[in-house]
Ligand binder design. Structure first.
Ligand code: SF4
Length: 422
């Protein structure tokens, strides 16, 4: 028998702050819901019908195309995914998965080895691609709540769903090998620091930490991030980013260039690895090379940035654009790579080649639905007045898309596509 196609169902699960549990953060689809921690235990969820079926599918060497479509998409466009990362990190569990999984998919040896819990939606940013169920800042804006049709609480906290849940979840610290800190903004979330305190008490400071921060702060009240990181030698930091200057501020309201640079420098002094995690979507693809230049100018390429296509929400997908813009962007990226030969590492070159190849691919299949265009218009119309700037002034190269969704008048389309304003 081959190794499982994906190790996730043997090592992890992904609860959201409202208690809903999915196999992983890239499979957040209704058909992938495994249960809810408001009522279910971790073992209930780990042995749920959906999780057992996933184990059986993965043991047959296949993926589930509906649940795993985001990994499939990422691998075809950028060569790596959550699946490839997890399979590499947990290759040592494959033998147990093969030998100890029962015919119906039950795996009684299940314990959390990769802790990827979203403990809280507490966040100080309002990112365009995010939503109020995972950002308290978005949930505190009446306009944005209405744009998303959201009527949940401003802050959602996993451990407050029921008595004793936090302690139950913390028992995973005995089996965990690696922890992903996400959010919300992880440095605003109390449970992350409590969890680190618990690991220190258990003398488990060798556990791997992977922290995804927005690069805006280095403390949580009196708790200093740098002091904590000094105690955990196996830490790596991903700093989420998708643009600098005014564009960056629009795409991630709350973002600031100089604060981001300062946080990058401070974290680099203590963490094993600090890498920018650049999200690629419909509103930043054209300026990707300019942002990469900004990283180079500001000495933020000690580890070259990861480049992650945003598969959802649908209103941020690259294929909202017509072929013309995508093809021109592909050529622009190729040109930039030629200019930087010898200045950037092979990893980045290979990631960029994959991206340009997918942009230039004449057979690219669009996954955009009609509702995604309407949704993009609704979001931009809501944000423009909040930000105080017209989208056309900020992103003139996307005028064709803005015209298509009815955000600007066709007369503005006379603006030629160039990088004059980027
Ligand atoms: S293949 Fe990807 S989406 Fe599917 S369970 Fe594995 S990591 Fe999640």
């Amino acid at each position: 028998m081959n190794k499982p196609a994906c190790m996730i169902p043997w090592v992890s699960l992904w609860p959201k702050p409202n208690g809903e549990v999915y196999p992983c953060c890239t499979a957040k689809k209704p058909e992938a819901i495994l249960g809810n921690l408001a009522t279910d235990s971790i073992q209930d969820v780990a042995q749920s019908k959906t999780m057992k079926q996933l184990r059986k599918t993965f043991l047959s060497g296949k993926l589930d195309p509906s649940i795993c479509s985001n990994c499939i998409l990422r691998e075809s466009s950028q060569g790596s995914s959550m699946r490839t990362m997890i399979n590499e990190q947990f290759a040592h569990v494959a033998e147990s998965a093969l030998n100890n999984t029962e015919a119906d998919g039950t795996y009684t040896d299940f314990g959390i080895r990769f802790m990827d819990f979203v403990w809280s939606s507490k966040c100080n940013f309002k990112c365009v691609h995010c939503n109020p169920s995972v950002s308290s800042s978005l949930a505190s804006s009446p306009e944005l709540r209405s744009a998303f049709g959201y009527n949940g609480p401003t802050v959602q906290t996993l451990s407050s769903l029921r008595e004793g849940l936090k302690d139950e979840l913390f028992t995973s610290l005995e089996t965990v090998e690696s922890i992903h800190f996400n959010g919300g903004e992880p440095f605003l979330i109390d449970e992350h620091f409590e969890l680190l305190d618990r690991l220190i008490d258990l003398d488990r400071t060798q556990v791997k930490l992977w922290i995804h921060t927005n690069g805006s702060l280095l403390n949580n009240g009196k708790r200093d991030v740098i002091t904590y990181l000094k105690k955990f030698p196996n830490s790596k930091i991903s700093m989420s980013h998708d643009g600098h200057g005014a564009r960056g501020e629009f795409l991630r309201e709350g973002y600031n260039d100089s604060k981001f640079k300062e946080v990058y420098q401070e974290l680099s002094k203590v963490a094993g690895q600090v890498r920018i995690s650049h999200c690629i979507h419909a509103l930043n693809i054209w300026s990707l090379t300019k942002t990469l230049d900004w990283y180079i100018e500001n000495d933020m390429m000690a580890h070259s940035p990861s480049l992650n296509m945003v598969p959802d929400p649908g209103y941020m997908r690259l294929d909202l654009h017509g072929d013309n813009l995508l093809r021109q962007t592909g050529k622009k990226i190729d040109h930039w790579m030629r200019l930087k030969t010898g200045l950037i590492d092979d990893d980045l070159l290979s990631r960029l080649s994959n991206i340009s190849k997918s942009l230039l691919d004449a057979n690219r299949q669009s996954q955009v639905e009609k509702k995604d265009y309407a949704s993009l218009r609704r979001h931009l119309e809501t944000r423009q007045p909040l930000f105080g700037k017209d989208c056309f002034d900020l992103f003139p190269e996307y005028s064709s898309l803005f015209c298509h969704i009815g955000l600007i008048k066709p007369s503005k389309l006379s603006e030629p596509l160039n990088d004059r304003s980027i």
